[in-house]
Design a protein around this ligand. Sequence first.
Ligand code: ADP
Ligand code: ZN
Length: 720
Amino acid sequence: MSEECSSQARDGTPVELNSSGCNQLIDVVVPLPIYMALTYILSGHTLFPPKGSRVLVPVGRRNMVGVAWGTPAKEPPPVDLKKVKRILDQGPILPEPLISFLEWTSSYYFYPIGQVMAEALPPGLLSARNRRISQITNGLPKSRDCRPEFLPWSTEVPLHLTKEQKEAFNTICDALATRSYHPILLHGVTGSGKTEVYLRAAKECVKQGRSVLVLVPEIAMTTQAVGWFVGRFGEEVTVLHSGLTEAQRRNQWFRIKKGESRIVVGTRSAIFAPLADIGLIVVDEEHDPSYKQSEKFRYQARDMALLRGRMSEATVILGSATPSVSSFKNSLSGKYQLVTMEKRVAKRSLPEVVVVDRRKKEKKDQHHKLESARPEWLSKELKDATEDTLARGEQVLLFLNRRGFATYIFCPDCGHVFRCPHCEVTLTWHRGDKRSKSEKDGVLRCHYCGMESAALPVCPQCMGQAVKTFGYGTERIAADLDEIFPNARIARLDRDTVRTRRHLEDVILDFRKGRLDILVGTQMITKGHDFPGLTLVGILCADLSLNFPEYHATERTFQLLAQVAGRAGRGERPGRVLIQTWLPDHYVLDCVTTHDFKAFYEKESKFRKALAYPPFGRLINLRFSGRKKAQVCDTAGNVARLAKNLAKGINNTGGPQVEVLGPAPAPRAKIKDRYRWQILLKSSSLSNLRTLCSGLLARKADMVPSSVRMEVDVDPYSLL
Ligand code: ADP
Ligand code: ZN
């Protein structure tokens, strides 16, 4: 390479370009909300940077780090093109298969490619600060300071697989041997030993010289799945999650890119890991909602795992005891191969599940005034069962999917309800200090924006002195338990107590090792944990998630109940589960008590089909938000009008119809001072939905003022 053709000095540091010679055009993708690449001039003698390498370019008045995207496909617009300032990498920072994957996700989710890139790359790589650039281009910090610690759970290897594990493993090996795309749904009940199957499959894949990607739900980073992988494969594994520092994330990323680690275990965003030649992708607890990102780039990592698997000719295992309705449907239609494990390992039985009807009990309680020493959330059955369990020296897990001490605070004199001034929701009272018992202490917190204010002893509206609280959350449960079972060792796990990952790990480990008697928590405690001494699980209020205003509320309830129930009786002793509810006749409870996933699927899919909800219909939600109520409402109205017109055109062609629902205020009509409206697009044909959406985005600039944000949510999960 001759000196003047190179943009890099001999030591690899970038140098200013030579501006002589005849110029070439180059497309560059920058991390801005624009749907296309920008075209620049590259000085003639400069070696054309390969697609996927970083370049420094001027955008407006500032410089930005973008990614070279090849020669423009079209003639650039007749404007003065700017010059590329520097070429930052000698080769592509993104390997080619990953680039294609990112392009595909960008188009699928209607999310600008530059912003997809920013999400996929570790932090700092697209930062234009000079110090950052040289830090990253001049080599990385040494591995020793940047390898995150991780607690290996266990290095034991079971000698014998169960018959079902063996069959599952053989099926996976056959799939791996084909070296082609092969999706499998592994439906194995809780405690059937799915992790061991993943571990052996991973080993097999590495033996073939290919790499392995394992995705786990957000909170599950502390659960055994990760610990087992680290325990079994040691240094070969890279763990990627949001708890890492920026430097650690970058370091891990480059380790993977250089091929130093062939096994990656991580949460949602690990789907973008720069692994080469992936032979196996495992999505553990595939039903988990945390695979869907709920803001900005709203991708679904499980769905993207299938795409990435297809692109790299890999075996993809979706594993769960409670598969999503959508994945199960795909396994019935033959899109995925279904592998079932119906039995727990070591002949352990599934727990006995009993529904406690709170309606009758409430009435009875009124007769037995004596008993009302019990708090309202605790039935006699659950109290007795807890006492018995503790007396036997066994452990109890209590699940309530709501944080805080009281969930609703109001003034009985004037009816004033304490609400967040920034969000249209009620505030939750967090008492904090265990000893204080009055409403005067602690804080009122908004669970949407985090706003806090001191808990007031008086009503701000009428100065009434009798402020009352209503409803209970995990904090209240733990406080009550302390009084009812003064000798028990009690811990609480929810987002308030888990300030650090370490704390979460400690509590989980303490409970696993039998150093705690009762664990109270939110959904954080439901995921994939293996607690051998746990024999009683209490679900305090099944109605909370059942009454949630979303089309998938029942599915989510089934998952939560079955998963938390599945924590019981995983050791030597059999487990028991009590579910307290005011809706004892709901079909979901029958399905949970009988451990009958298929019955649940049949019922649920009928309902979904009738209303054309996913997976029987497809949805795209258009979200509008802004600080001015009228402006947001008008914008949504204008876009909806256009959408209805475009839909008419599509529907007239006679194919699958597209429905435009709305515009309507979002059920959570204001969050963080932004008013929210939405338009829901619904059809059995994704391609028709996409046509409509592209049509709208093409007109976005004319219709949506800059003070209103319009976001596209493809395959939305929450519609709140
Ligand atoms: P799942 O993920 O299906 O709920 P796990 O993978 O957590 O189940 O396995 C449950 C427990 O059974 C774990 O403690 C695991 O170590 C153990 N286990 C797995 N396979 C075997 C086996 N073949 N023999 C004995 N114990 C096993
Ligand atoms: Zn708020």
